[in-house]
Design a binder for this molecule. Structure first.
Ligand code: ATP
Length: 271
């Protein structure tokens, strides 16, 4: 079985005169955790929006398991195995934890409303299988004790874990995590780091991470891809990227607004 999973080739995205992403080539292989780093405005979120089908590319190609996504409508990317979380929580605050994770299954459901009416038995069996999957995810993320709680009443860290659960419920082959630990305390961050490693190792789901927390990036990434002004500065093992002169310069050039340089220096690489 090929190890190649997600492949970006010379991907570009322009908004009018602004080139948010300029010629990025990046691979995520099976069994890998890859992080995308870069100062504010580097193009990280735009890149995620392209990979998850929220935005169309201006040029270049994105493929998953060799299938070019050019002719696939964006909302179908999830069915091909691209799951994601969002920078700002996008949960149904009035629903329970179970309801929210179940939404992730429904994004994948094969049965339409009409089919459900015509083939009630099959739809029912499908629903039972989906609920079973949700229970497995709840177990995996150790959130049994809050499974029936309304999401809006949960702590931020717990809500992020539910969002992770919902992304897992889409059965991704590659999971995009957008600043998943932003706003979390150290204990919550360590828990998430452990879950990310387990998702890779136990569930065999590759991870692409956008992250400002350099400790997390250095601890768990197999490879790091550094961007600035939409372009790749360098890519490689975490320590190599952290000490790359272009990466240090990119962060120092943004020191007034960006929290990342401090994080990065604290991690020992950009001192
Ligand atoms: N919809 C849009 N229209 C116009 N310009 C945009 C749009 N989205 C992003 N940009 C611009 O593209 C560039 C890259 O933005 P992007 O949000 O992808 O960066 P980022 O690395 O995710 O930043 P941050 O770390 O602050 O989230 C920025 O110059 C931004 O202003």
């Amino acid at each position: 079985m090929t190890q190649k999973l997600l492949q970006l080739r010379d991907v570009t995205k322009s908004f009018g005169g602004i080139q948010a992403v300029g010629g990025v080539t990046l691979d995520v292989n099976r069994g890998e955790i890859v992080s995308v780093i870069g100062p504010n405005g580097a193009g990280k979120t735009t890149l995620f929006n392209l990979i998850s089908g929220v935005l169309p590319v201006s040029s270049g190609s994105i493929s998953i398991e060799g299938q070019d996504l050019a002719r696939v409508p964006g909302h179908r990317y999830v069915r091909l195995g691209i799951g994601r979380t969002f920078q700002n929580l996008a949960l149904f605050k009035h629903g329970t934890v179970v309801d929210n994770i179940l939404v992730g299954r429904h994004w994948r459901m094969k049965t339409s409303v009409l089919e459900a009416a015509l083939h009630f038995g099959r739809a029912r069996r499908e629903e039972i299988a989906h609920r079973q999957k949700v229970e497995e995810i709840i177990d995996f993320l150790e959130i049994e004790h809050i499974r029936d709680k309304v999401v809006g009443t949960l702590s931020y860290g717990q809500q992020k874990r539910v969002e992770l659960g919902r992304a897992l419920a889409t059965d991704p082959k590659v999971l995009l995590l957008d600043e998943i630990v932003a706003g979390m305390n150290q204990e919550e961050t360590e828990d998430i780091a452990r879950f990310i490693l387990d998702i890779r190792d136990e569930l065999d789901i590759a991870i692409l991470l956008i992250e400002h927390d350099m400790h997390l990036v250095m601890d768990i990434s197999d490879r790091v891809h550094a961007l600035n002004f939409g372009r790749t500065i360098t890519e490689g093992r975490p320590q190599e990227v952290q000490s790359h002169p272009g990466v240090i310069e990119a962060y120092l050039g943004h020191k007034t607004e960006d929290a990342a340089p401090q994080d990065a220096r604290a991690a020992g690489g950009l001192a």
